[in-house]
Design a protein around this ligand. Sequence first.
Ligand code: SAM
Length: 239
Amino acid sequence: DDVPNSEHFTLSPIGHMVSDYPDKFGIPRQPGLAPAANAKLVLTAPYNDPLAVRGLEDFSHLWLSFIFHQSPQRWSPLVRPPRLGGNKKVGVFASRSTHRPNRLGLSLVRLVGIDTQQGVVLALQGCDLVSGTPVVDIKPYLPWAESQPNAQAGFALQTPSLLAVTFHPAALDTLTQRSDSATLHALIEQVLSQDPRPAYKQKELASDRLYGVRLRDVDVKFRQRQHGEATTLEVVAIE
Ligand code: SAM
């Protein structure tokens, strides 16, 4: 009899992410917002059996179920979504908050390849997951059943608006010396255009505070620039 009689369920990771995001700070708030973000999902034994992914290569997109392992275990019924400026509260189950019971996350990502030379490694694009995130399940995405272009999206009605991003010549110089300059340039632009600064900070128009976001192996320093009404973010250094 292998039916558990408990109301408690234990999950073990089937693998872990290795992503362009060493830290939580700066990661876009949903997958797909930074398509230049590359990630690998490295499956763990006994799940790294090539048989377990047979047929998966024919799907372009996957659902990943994962654990927000860097979030606290405590949760509360109300959360403050960044989309609402960090002031208004909604129910945790009306949000994609990382502070939730069971700390389960769900991301739709693009599958670009499967390497079964040694175990199983999936190459992915557009993940919103910090490196090291434990993944508990993979499912192929079924557009005919799951795509709902006319769905109503509550307080998160549309794609967030983007900020323009500029690069100081010194930052461009550093970029051009790297072998991954084109994709890193795109990644920095996509990440900063989402405005990763905490919501309450965006209100401080005069702020010339320097921010840092880690992407791949670099620390990207940026600050706000005000051109009349328009706010842009300028990359001042890549260290
Ligand atoms: N698409 C997923 C979902 O809806 O369940 C995640 C949405 S959540 C709002 C995205 C944020 O989770 C990212 O901006 C990042 O800061 C944070 N994050 C990513 N990986 C995490 C982890 N392993 N633990 C805690 N927070 C994480």
